[in-house]
Design a protein around this ligand. Sequence first.
Ligand SMILES: Nc1ncnc2c1ncn2[C@@H]1O[C@H](COP(=O)(O)OP(=O)(O)O)[C@@H](O)[C@H]1O
Ligand SMILES: [Mg+2]
Length: 270
Amino acid sequence: MGGRRGALGFPAAAPSARVGGAAPSAPVDGSAPPAVALTNVSKVYAGGVRALDDVTLAVERGSFVAVMGPSGSGKSTLMHCAAGLDSPTRGRAAIAGIDLTRLDETARTELRRTHVGFVFQAYNLLPSLSVMDNITLPLRLAGARPDHEWLGALVERVGLTDRLTHRPGELSGGQQQRAAIARALAARPAVVFGDEPTGALDLRTGHEVLDLLRDLVDTLGQTVVMVTHDPAAAARADRVVVMADGRVVDSLEAPTPARLATTLTALEVR
Ligand SMILES: Nc1ncnc2c1ncn2[C@@H]1O[C@H](COP(=O)(O)OP(=O)(O)O)[C@@H](O)[C@H]1O
Ligand SMILES: [Mg+2]
């Protein structure tokens, strides 16, 4: 059963980060592809709305990128195209060097299960399953063997070791989101996407979740891409990509909340 490979030929639970912070393994040619790469991506929805207009963006492995921009600027569409949940009309989207636009729907689904984690505003835990069964659900769906050492370290890091047999309804909002983060990381994905992951949390709990995401990047070498409208949340990222009208209009390194607020206000009052 060991060494099981999926239809795409890559290991079912491809390790992209290791406990202890070792860098993700590089391919044989020595050039590690970015965790996420969009190349000249456009997305035109039926009806003619151009939600993405020639977007090129690379997210390096082990980095934390936030995506900001006014409502309707294309943030969710960007995330969906980058994660293989939707297909660009034009251009190329790749995860860890694997071109999603060349895969059929079945292969894309398998790639998502093994290489991509998601954290949503609304946690989306299954209420009838225990916390542990929720966390390991993506592994079971992918038919992958759980890596118990990794899961143990993960559960400990998210602070849920003594809550594993509870149901989600018995946890606080912050604990539920931490369970959702552990679930997103269970398969050691190449990238975790978050769409407003702190949107439903109070300020202090939201900060705890951001601390956790930051720590997963810093100590486990994870890659995180987070859509948020909150400048304080975005300022925890290494880089903030700013969108307007389907385009990337700015990219700020080591951003401050004040600078982000100014940038966004300028876009919103145009
Ligand atoms: N499924 C869809 N069909 C048609 N238009 C859509 C669809 N999803 C989003 N849009 C449009 O595409 C644009 C970008 O949307 P979206 O990516 O959701 O922006 P954001 O997440 O920044 O608010 C908006 O004009 C929106 O109305
Ligand atoms: Mg959105």
